[in-house]
Ligand binder design. Structure first.
Ligand code: AMP
Length: 122
């Protein structure tokens, strides 16, 4: 059973120990721009709770946290003007563990937009 690492970089951002370029925040999520953008718009959305990845979150988060997180993703997309109502769409992606290529062990959704995103998987 994996244990959440309190020293991961997103935990430090949540605690305010490291700055971020903030897009949106509420009781459930924090969203900020990726430091190494892969597309014209590259945002990250993370839950405030200590969850390693989507599997961990799905298993352990409360219903309120799950709803809050997903609503937060939508709020960020609306704010960035990339949602299906406010723009031309985007790709939401989350990496899980080793084969998923996850680098930071705190659940995060990548939101890619602002241009055509292209092939789904390399
Ligand atoms: P993943 O490979 O899915 O774990 O993605 C981690 C992402 O976090 C990468 O796209 C990094 O560029 C991004 N990242 C790492 N450190 C920071 C940071 N301090 N602020 C913003 N994004 C970061």
């Amino acid at each position: 059973m994996k244990v959440y690492d309190d020293q991961n970089i997103f935990a430090k951002i949540l605690r305010g120990e490291i700055p971020c370029n903030k897009i949106y925040e509420d009781n459930f999520v924090l969203s900020f721009y990726d430091i190494n953008p892969q597309k014209k718009i590259h945002a990250l959305v993370i839950p405030k709770g200590k969850y390693i990845d989507l599997d961990d979150f799905s298993l352990k988060a409360t219903s309120e946290e799950i709803v809050g997180f997903l609503r937060g993703v939508n709020k960020v997309a609306v704010k960035l003007g990339i949602s299906n109502n406010t723009g031309k769409g985007y790709r939401a992606l989350t990496n899980i563990s080793i084969y998923g290529g996850q680098e930071v062990p705190h659940l995060h959704f990548h939101l890619f937009g602002g241009e055509k995103i292209g092939k789904m998987v390399e």
